[in-house]
Design a protein around this ligand. Structure first.
Ligand code: MN
Length: 131
């Protein structure tokens, strides 16, 4: 048996908010830190927390494990996310993901290569997915 202890993997959980990538309270706990370009983070979004618009150079897989959140692509389509959902975001597709206004969400995010970070999600765009 081999147990990989969370906070021995590299960094401790860190709150990232109000910066160039997130709006609201977002906690990222590294699962795999840049091993051959692969990044895996367990990401917790507080209610109202969300990424900025962004895309991934080689795409991304999200596995929702707890709570209830949302994802929206630039074409306007938005979808609820609940535990067990797996989302594949193709390379270059602009999107955001995050919690609902009154719910938290936890997902595992796996990506290869860097992300291209864009502008914050406006309150109007955010609200459009759960109206
Ligand atoms: Mn993403």
């Amino acid at each position: 048996m081999r147990i990989s202890r969370g906070h021995e993997r590299g960094r401790a959980s860190e709150k990232r908010s109000g910066g160039a990538t997130f709006t609201g309270g977002v906690w990222a706990d590294p699962v795999l830190v840049d091993q051959d370009g692969v990044l895996a983070n367990s990401v917790f979004f507080e209610p109202g927390g969300r990424t900025h618009w962004h895309s991934h150079g080689y795409g991304q897989v999200l596995h929702v494990t707890h709570g209830e959140g949302y994802i929206q692509s630039r074409d306007g389509q938005g979808f609820p996310l609940t535990p067990g959902d797996v989302v594949h975001i193709p390379a270059g597709e602009e999107h955001w993901h995050g919690a609902g206004p009154d719910t938290y969400v936890l997902h595992l995010a796996i990506s290869i290569g860097g992300a291209d970070w864009l502008e914050p999600v406006s309150d109007e765009d955010y609200a459009s997915v759960f109206r």
